[in-house]
Design a protein around this ligand. Sequence first.
Ligand SMILES: *Cc1c(COP(=O)(O)O)cnc(C)c1O
Length: 432
Amino acid sequence: MICENLSVREDGQLLFAGQDTAALAAAYGTPLYLMDEDRIRERCRTYREAVETAFDGRGRVLYASKAACFKRMYGIMQEEGLYVDVVSPGEIATARSAGFPMERVYYHSSHKSDEDIAYAMEAGVGCFIVDNTEELLAAECEAARRGITQAIVLRLTPGIDPHTYEAVATGKVDSKFGFAIETGAAEAVTRLALEQPHLKLEGFHCHVGSQVFDSDVFLQSVDCMLAYMVHVRDTYGYTAAFLDLGGGYGVRYVESDPTIDIAENIAQVGAYVKAQAAALGYPMPEVAFEPGRSIVADAGLTLYTVSSLKQIEGYKNYVAIDGGMTDNPRFALYGAPYTVVAASKLNEPATLTCSVVGRCCESGDIIQENVPMPPSIARGDLVAVMTTGAYNYSMASNYNRVPRPPVVMLRGGESYVAVRRETLADIVALDN
Ligand SMILES: *Cc1c(COP(=O)(O)O)cnc(C)c1O
């Protein structure tokens, strides 16, 4: 199994976090998002301990909440002592209503309107991660109007190719995110930021991409960012106390994906930053990581019920399920791989190759292709998709007016609803 929280009982039933997935489907209905809270906490602790050790207590872990965002997640992050990244007033409002301390919030996004900026400052967001010059000037204006000094960090693009999907590669020079170091844009905005009386520049940020397996990518980021920081110090006399290296560590969706040892990787980055900073005569900055996917992905599993098996002689076999791109758009978006199984028939040989397809009126509504299924797969059977904890619920939509599934948390052998199922009344609630 691709994660240790998955196992199979002798009768062929899939267990998740030690719990019977068929019993959970019966109790809560399908489609159903399950989240293993114990696994989320374990991942948080792994990151926190690794960062504390690697940076002698001067490191921070920021959970990138866009990976899975609902109130309960912020409660868990607060209890685990993490900081969080947010990317919109909606995420700020969610964190706020969960009682998450606003000073521990970093506000990202390449789009922040005047209203968004005012909302975030009103909420008391700790730090803005500034993406563009217009935002910098608008933030200065709003901070001046409020008579406050707002902490900021500048998002830079170090020009590194992380070898991942094009849609989630974010650190190249040609990117909608941040300021390129190579073109001089970073230097120009650094100068401008230092001149703003109501903004306090804490340091610099980069995030080169997501689902990255190549640990060298982080070391390259360190090289590039430290070289830039030295240049800024030597030219403008500004020493940055904070360096945010972003998120992006990859997770296992399928057997062929490697396992990344987070503790080992962060120890390596820590040793590298220390050595390079010492070699350059630069005071060791506080270093931050922003994991999203690698905190929650394998803590998630989605259950569906099969509605039909269509075997098209000479072509493909289609297993249709009661969810699809509305609850998991990632295959439709990037052809993302997933491990898919018949959750109650794991004792039967899976000899029938099928496309597992969703309920939406699009041929592209596919969860996964070339899935081995038992030939007995039939209406009413359960299908499980593994590793759905990141970018599934948070990317869900109501296309075809399909209600979004609930999020049920599993903890210490118990379960509880963290987000309830949408109803048909919810579906029409906004319509005049
Ligand atoms: C999405 C994002 C992350 C998290 O990436 P993961 O691949 O989920 O770890 C971190 N930082 C920024 C700026 C992001 O946009």
